[in-house]
Design a protein around this ligand. Structure first.
Ligand SMILES: [Zn+2]
Length: 144
């Protein structure tokens, strides 16, 4: 109810819409708002979404490849360091196989000792032939 000045009279509910009407109104209002947003930003929104998607994809790929490269470089750097400083392992420390070039490649690898960090220390590595390396890697738990 309104008084003569058009003000709402406190406590009056007579003129207020029913709960059902209010629900409908608020839904309609939400739709209108969404419509407004979409209507005004549809191109921009799409553009941004695609751009963001692309950015995310690139960042994801970049991050992934960075990590992969990072790990690989670290790993390769370490192995290069081992070869440079210690040479190729003379023999397999597991089965005693003598190191030699097989198919153009030295047949004994430096394997990181399980539980040891990737540090440039001789004691962190074991000279293992391909076969023992495979066995060693398969029996040792995958490092976290
Ligand atoms: Zn071996």
């Amino acid at each position: 109810m309104r008084n003569k000045k058009g003000q709402f009279i406190k406590g009056s509910t007579g003129r207020f819409p029913s709960l059902e009407t209010r629900k409908k109104l608020s839904l309609a209002a939400k739709r209108t708002m969404n419509g407004f947003k979409k209507g005004h930003k549809i191109f921009l929104g799409h553009h941004h979404t695609d751009e963001n998607k692309a950015k995310i994809a690139v960042a994801h790929r970049g991050g992934k490849s960075y990590n992969w490269k990072g790990d690989d470089v670290k790993y390769m750097g370490l192995h290069n360091w081992l070869r440079r400083n210690l040479g190729n392992p003379k023999q397999c420390e597991q089965c005693g196989l003598t190191g030699r070039v097989v198919k153009g490649r030295w047949n004994i690898d430096w394997a990181k000792v399980e539980g040891k960090p990737y540090e440039r220390k001789r004691e962190n590595f074991l000279g293992l032939c391909r076969r023992c390396h495979k066995i060693y890697d398969s029996v040792s738990p995958i490092p976290a």
